[in-house]
Design a protein around this ligand. Structure first.
Ligand code: DQA
Length: 150
């Protein structure tokens, strides 16, 4: 069964109470439950990891090289400046989808630039909690295509 790893970066553990006017009122637990439900329906396994620490996210990406078939990553603030996370994505063959709840391109200028965008498969932003579900749908489609080809 294909395995998808979802990585949530710093401050996303506070979803629900953190700036709800920007990020909505859905909690991380609610998001993970929705993702779990959809992955189960699609006969895919899924696991979740949240960290406020850059190195822990680098470790999770390195582990994903052998333990996951797809990664959905919201690197949060690290998106905008972490060369270490960008290099970890570039170092592994597992495809990564970049996700943001908010539309980073409509926000402060420092959020417009993603240092990880050039090394991910694609970027989904601006759909609130649904950004994750849209990313999961894309991963499911890619993994199903790969299953049919093999
Ligand atoms: C975010 C956008 C980032 O700019 C911000 O630092 C976050 C969350 C989002 O999901 O919209 O923490 O990645």
């Amino acid at each position: 069964m294909p395995h998808i790893l979802v990585i949530h970066g710093p401050n996303l553990n506070l979803l629900g109470t953190r700036e709800p006017e920007i990020y909505g009122s859905t909690t991380l637990k609610d998001i993970n439950e929705k993702l779990q439900k959809r992955a189960t329906e699609a006969s895919m396994s899924i696991s979740f990891f949240q960290s406020n620490h850059e190195g822990a996210i680098v470790d999770a990406l390195q582990e994903a090289a052998t333990s996951a078939d797809f990664v959905i990553l919201n690197a949060a603030a690290y998106t905008h400046y972490s060369v270490a996370i960008r290099d970890a994505i570039a170092a592994i063959k597992t495809p990564v989808i970049e996700v943001h709840l908010s539309n980073i391109h409509q926000r402060e200028e420092f959020r417009h630039h993603s240092v990880i965008a050039p090394v991910v498969m694609g970027q989904i932003c601006g759909f609130g909690a649904d950004s994750y579900l849209v990313a999961l749908e894309a991963a499911i489609r890619k993994l199903s295509e790969a299953q049919h080809e093999s």
